[in-house]
Design a protein around this ligand. Structure first.
Ligand code: UT7
Length: 331
């Protein structure tokens, strides 16, 4: 395919709900301890969306932040992609609801469900629209209200998840910056290891969950853990070697924030310094698709990233899916 333009991130934004759910509070809800959660996951608190707050509003705030950060007229956005597994409605999709909140009528808007890999998949789609000249700007908003699909009686999952939204404006960037290469993939045959039934559920799905709870997360944590550590390292190496670089050339890695031990395990396989791996897991828990764009926004606003920095974004998630991107920071 002819690439007319280079694609990169022009601005980022994020929005986390104000309400915190700490480990100390969870200890009163389910049989667990602060020590277990911190040692086995690295998480100390997560943010929880208010019951009367639509996810679309949280997502729109993150999107507005990204639009302001990029300094672009919102009317010139040509496509809206919402990466989520917890939309307010199946129809209208989250992207259309965000579009309504933003007041940018007319342009296509669709949801992307690749679970925690959603932001990487969405970046990959946005990249095509920018490179072939179809759009000037694409808005990606990755937003999750995982507390709405969490069973707070299931200690194997409820300690992990939080809510939040991150966004990015993808657009044309100058040569020498932007997305260099990517890898994405999925193993549907492993999908049964992490499920949230929606309109349909098998007897097996129901048997795995506490009685009467259909639309909640169930996960075989150790199966997902093994997959995650291996694929995060493999996908990172793949993009780094495709770019003819070595790990020493990478300034930062932004991994999906699921478990500190997964990140440590992957980084050890890569023989990469942990200090150069961004993490906010301690404060946010796992916010699925939103995790990487929230991290990127925090790092960008903290002045950690400078133009030309080589960074890797890498994620895995339900599906099971995975993806990695290598890019030169373009702001
Ligand atoms: O974004 C993708 C989403 N998924 C993930 O990233 C999750 C990947 N997996 C993980 O992060 C980890 O597998 C978990 C954090 C979910 C679990 O950690 P683990 O080290 O794999 O623990 P385990 O499931 O092997 O359980 C060890 C023990 C069990 O007790 P027994 O059977 O050995 O007596 C569990 O019942 O820990 C127990 N346990 C807990 N204890 C206290 C499980 N959850 C808890 C808890 N508090 N919250």
């Amino acid at each position: 395919m002819t690439k007319l333009y280079k694609a990169g991130i022009l601005g980022t934004g994020s929005c986390l709900p104000e309400r915190k759910l700490t480990n100390a509070e969870l200890v009163n809800i389910v049989e667990t301890t602060d020590e277990w959660i911190v040692q086995r996951t690295g998480i100390r608190e997560r943010r929880i969306i208010d019951d009367d707050m639509p996810l679309a509003r949280l997502a729109a705030r993150a999107a507005e932040n990204a639009i302001n950060d990029a300094g672009i007229p919102k009317e010139e956005i040509g496509l809206i992609i919402a990466a989520t597994i917890t939309p307010d409605y199946l129809c209208p999709n989250l992207a259309c609801s965000v579009q309504k909140e933003l007041g940018i009528s007319g342009v296509p808007a669709f949801d992307m469900n690749a679970a925690c890999t959603g932001f990487i998949y969405a970046m990959n789609v946005a990249q095509q629209f920018i490179e072939n000249g179809a759009c000037k700007y694409v808005l990606i908003v990755a937003a999750e209200a995982l507390s709405r699909v969490t069973d707070y009686q299931d200690r194997k999952t409820c300690v992990l998840f939080g809510d939040g939204a991150g966004a990015a404006i993808v657009g044309r960037v100058e040569d020498g910056t932007g997305i260099v290469c990517y890898t994405t993939g999925a193993y549907g045959e492993l999908g049964h290891n992490l499920t949230i039934p929606c309109l349909y559920a098998t007897g097996e799905d129901l048997a795995k969950r506490n009685e009467g709870k259909k639309q909640v997360v169930w996960m075989d944590g150790s199966e997902v853990f093994t997959f995650a550590a291996r694929i995060m390292a493999e996908a990172t190496l793949r993009v780094v070697s495709e770019a003819r670089l070595s790990m020493g050339d990478v300034e930062y890695i932004f991994p999906h924030q699921a478990n500190a031990r997964i990140i440590q395990n992957a980084v050890k396989r890569l023989k990469y310094p942990i200090e150069k791996v961004y993490s906010n897991l301690e404060r946010t828990g796992n916010i699925s698709a939103a995790s990487i764009p929230v991290c990127l926004d925090e790092a960008s606003k903290a002045g950690m990233l400078k133009k030309g920095d080589r960074i890797v974004l890498v994620a895995f998630g339900g599906g099971l899916t995975y993806g990695a991107l290598l890019l030169h920071w373009s702001r």
